[in-house]
Design a protein around this ligand. Structure first.
Ligand SMILES: C[S@@+](CC[C@H](N)C(=O)[O-])C[C@H]1O[C@@H](n2cnc3c(N)ncnc32)[C@H](O)[C@@H]1O
Length: 303
């Protein structure tokens, strides 16, 4: 049975495939994209502690945080990203050692830690793409500092990506749900993979996102303004990445939460086979919900 519906509650629009949250006051793709880009130039993700970003005379200043030893960044990539990346790769039944010799696309790489992690694990070549210039400035500084030459960062909108049969692995983590034209971008990513290539999507799902929406409403009720909440976060956390994580989760200007089976169907229809079918079982989804995972991981192979 195919039931179609579409209704609006405040900034939320609900249809059968996803819940959309849009506070940009735009309804055309270019305008929404610009607001998302402004958001990530102001709050690059995951950003960590290497830089300070502030507004001065109405322009955004990005400065290296001199107090912060860059060695710390390396520790963070090795320790925090080791854990995150192991989970991401496990969704495709992969181990970090299997990154060796692969050509990897990190679509929406942000400040580049995941790309750099893959490069440090001897990938043949990693291409990190993002539309946020400030995120890429951080990525390039980290790359130069850590002296890795098998990773490159490019400033591009994923809507304009034009690769065919190029990559062994494409990671798109925390990105698709901030894209208005997500179908177009998904097609570009799928096309970029070689036969047998693997895509790993990390995205917000209906089920996982609902507790965050409730908290989002509570935050706005309690703090009244975004600035007041950010001030509270800065007092609460010493590490910038914890501040950024909360800003990204609760103060974003545009996001979607997908029905998992909708994306499964999109992938299967385009000739991909889901690798982590087990994770789709309702009990496993529920477990992830209880663990308050940020996003759902879906991995598929091009047949
Ligand atoms: C939450 S961050 C995720 C960063 C990185 N993948 C990670 O997991 O650490 C989302 C990133 O997607 C990028 N992004 C969003 N829409 C994009 C688009 N249409 N084209 C290129 N990059 C985009 C943003 O600039 C941002 O850096």
């Amino acid at each position: 049975m195919n039931i179609n519906f579409n209704f609006k509650i405040g900034n939320f629009i609900v249809n059968k495939d996803f819940i959309e949250y849009n506070e940009t006051k735009c309804d055309d793709p270019e305008c929404i994209k610009k607001k998302v880009k402004d958001f990530y130039n102001r709050y690059p993700f995951p950003y960590l502690n290497a830089f300070e970003i502030y507004e001065k005379n109405d322009t955004l200043v990005l400065e290296e945080n001199k107090k912060q030893n860059m060695i710390f960044e390396k520790i963070v990539i090795n320790k925090i990203h080791e854990k995150i990346m192991k989970t991401i790769l496990a969704s495709a039944n992969m181990k970090p050692e299997e990154l060796k010799n692969k050509r990897i696309l990190d679509a929406g790489c942000g400040s580049g830690e995941k790309s750099i992690y893959c490069a440090l694990h001897k990938a043949n070549e990693v291409l990190g793409i993002d539309m946020s210039e400030n995120s890429l400035k951080i990525a390039n500084t980290l790359k130069n500092y850590l002296n890795v030459d098998n990773v490159h960062f490019e400033n591009l909108e994923l809507e304009k990506l034009n690769f065919e049969n190029e990559f062994d692995l494409c990671m798109c983590i925390g990105v698709l749900h901030h894209i208005y034209e997500h179908e177009k971008v998904l097609n570009n990513l799928l096309k970029s993979l070689k036969r047998n290539g693997i895509i790993i999507l990390g995205f917000y799902s209906f089920l996982h996102r609902i507790p965050y929406y409730l908290r989002k409403v509570y935050i706005m009720y309690k703090y009244k303004s975004k600035d007041a909440y950010i001030k509270h976060l800065k007092e609460l956390y010493k590490q910038d990445y914890l501040v950024i994580n909360n800003i990204d989760n609760y103060l974003h200007v545009y996001e979607k939460a997908f029905r998992i089976t909708y994306l499964v169907h999109e992938l299967e229809e385009k000739g991909f086979r889901i690798i982590n079918l087990n994770d789709l079982k309702f009990t496993n989804c529920l477990r992830l919900l209880i663990q308050r995972k940020y996003f759902f991981l879906l991995a598929a192979r091009k047949m």
